[in-house]
Design a protein around this ligand. Sequence first.
Ligand code: ADP
Ligand code: ASP
Ligand code: MG
Length: 405
Amino acid sequence: MPLIVQKYGGTSVGSVERIMAVAKKVILAKSQGNDIVVVVSAMSGETNRLVSLAKEISDPPNAREFDVLLSTGEQVTISLLSMAIAAQGCPACSYTGGQVRILTDNVHNKARIVDIDDQKIHGDLSQGKVVVVAGFQGVDDNGNITTLGRGGSDTTAVALAAALKADECQIYTDVDGVYTTDPRVVSDARRLEQICFEEMLEMASLGSKVLQIRAVEFASKYNVPLRVLSSFEDGPGTLITIENKKMEKALISGIAFSRDEAKLTLLGVEDRPGIAAHILAPISEANVEVDMIIQNKGVDNTTDFTFTVHRNDYLKALDVLNELTKDLGVREVIGDERIVKISLVGVGMRSHAGIASTMFKALADEGINIQMISTSEIKISVVVNEKYLELGVRTLHSVFGLEEA
Ligand code: ADP
Ligand code: ASP
Ligand code: MG
């Protein structure tokens, strides 16, 4: 019998009515002759509520206790959905991450899945039950509850699909697929029929929150057929798959953006070998991830050094730099929290020149100043002032004709 893993996000299970509607969809898929494993998120808003509660008591919260707290959101929805499925006449059984045994490493708040024990699930499926598993959580080898980072239920679903060798992993959400850009920002964004793993990986890592990046990494590594669909309406959704000949030969597949950026600059740094390492080593020791980096040679044997970090890490990075300036003889440290990153993504860029200049000209025509640029084979990213986010994304979406079929 075909096996399908379905994942329902927070909005899809945001009320009792929604949970009843999801139960109906699950039972329909089962009645069509499939084994079904369902992964659910916490009810919408719940994880944010738990985060705020913890922060009212201590900020940052103790990482282990934070995970114990955050995992409760999903425990509520697995039990309710299981009851709802049973109430509609189909046997179902719910499991927390620890009960299935989704084994993770011990990095609290952003744990990685190491292994999944599929015995209980197979046992239940063979008895005709629907299995409902809590997303976003696991357990480390000491029995501590761990969580997988925000958006982590996507990763639970894909990892389960890989472990169970499912025929498809379906991610049900509040949009009916992956769009050329966030449809909440560009109203004429277009749903993509298909997108390849490589592009989806870039979109996710550059800020498109429709799929957690680790979910895409997993799906790509284990070749799990992955589809993003709406839980509110029927439709084909978007298939994420390996690059194939049938795919649209678009230059640009999508535009991703991230509001979670901040920029730090050291002015007048002595220009000598080892200086970049000297600046960035303490940053990484402070567990701050660096994204873009620019170094400009000055005239007087000094250099300006700029890099971006996640906005949550801005103050931490600034502290580290202020400490560093004492022994580096830096003229000044400046920072900017009001920046965003906008990125064009497309495998078609590999074989086409001139995309960057079209992009830069389009932004210039709107009076948008580009502060930083970074490119790879299949993406171009720019950093701009946050007030230009919507204008920048809409302008590029239209200049590259992404709304046209
Ligand atoms: P869930 O709670 O179901 O996991 P998320 O909020 O995590 O849902 O992800 C769905 C949201 O992702 C959409 O509501 C949409 O605003 C946003 N999004 C961002 N970029 C895209 C994109 N390119 N295509 C579709 N949705 C996108
Ligand atoms: N509930 C978690 C979150 O809000 C995990 C998820 O929904 O994927 O981030
Ligand atoms: Mg999500």
